[in-house]
Design a protein around this ligand. Sequence first.
Ligand code: GNR
Ligand code: NI
Length: 172
Amino acid sequence: MSARKILIYPDPRLRTPCEPVAEFDQALESLVKDMADTMYDAPGIGLAAIQINVHKRVIVMDVSESRNQLQVFVNPEIFDLNQGTREVEEGCLSVPGFFVPVKRPEKVLVKAQDIQGNHFELEADEMTAVCIQHEVDHLDGKVFVDYLSRMKRERIRDKLVKSQAEPEARVA
Ligand code: GNR
Ligand code: NI
């Protein structure tokens, strides 16, 4: 079990660009293992490598209730299937304690590679669609608070900066 530390917004390392994975080797396998441990430990339904300060295009997800349906996406790409948009309340392990509605495409096509490098495609809807879009945003240096007004975003930022300076004041 190797859960790693999750970067908290507004850490500038959450903006660092993520490189595509070229080698499907042992190092990738152990990265994915640590990411899964970190996600289940948190607990969360998804995690992007950038959140543990690894700047590679790797995502783990488990949106199942039983918490035993791990999905791994390497070098993912997302295409809007133009089935409309939907607003869902989102949270983020890098923005602990805040839940805010975000509007996104309702159904997307995901093209990605698995841990061995095999290409696959998936039509995603429901929470899978929400989560994969949230995670690919992370790989592009984006955090869900970027969709909010500047005023709301700065309020969240100030609270998180404060709660990290004074751990006893932390909400989550
Ligand atoms: O655990 C998580 N829950 C969640 C809920 C609604 C929308 C997106 C998410 S992803 C989040 C984990 C996380 O921060 N992934 O980057
Ligand atoms: Ni997140």
